[in-house]
Design a protein. Structure first.
Length: 142
């Protein structure tokens, strides 16, 4: 019985500590922290748009130094701008060391480098990608 209580406590702790994930059901609200999606799998970005908000998708890898450098500014942007939501798209498949250029999501979006951004307006239409999106991100975070 004691062992079962410990297992339940550990399971609950894992749920609380786990990063928030987005729902691919078209009903997504901006939470207190950016969501993380994909883990290398193909993904339809429009399934993760936050209605009425500018939604920024950041394609990143934990092995990308530039991604790590930008992450605090992006998280602060998510926290301080009510009109904007950030969604991290993890391009790495579990267990892959290094930037996973061969992951399904990397190939799906033909990623030339990381980080890469796609910015959708509150109306759900793509506003910027590539260099234009990166320039907007830099403007917003400075």
């Amino acid at each position: 019985m004691h062992f079962q209580r410990i297992l339940v406590a550990l399971a609950l702790a894992a749920l609380v500590a786990a990063p928030e994930t987005a729902r691919a059901d078209g009903i997504h609200e901006k939470g207190p922290v950016p969501v993380v999606i994909s883990n290398g799998k193909k993904v339809k970005l429009t399934d993760y748009l936050v209605p009425g908000k500018t939604t920024v998708f950041d394609f990143y890898s934990e092995y990308c130094p530039t991604c790590h450098a930008l992450s605090p500014s992006l998280k602060k942007l998510h926290e301080t701008r009510d009109d904007l939501a950030l969604v991290f798209v993890d391009i790495n498949r579990p267990g892959v060391k290094g930037i996973d250029w061969d992951s399904p999501v990397s190939l799906q979006y033909n990623l030339p480098s990381t980080p890469q951004f796609k910015i959708y307006g509150p109306d759900g239409k793509l506003q910027a990608e590539g260099k234009d999106a990166y320039d907007l991100i830099k403007k917003w975070t400075n």
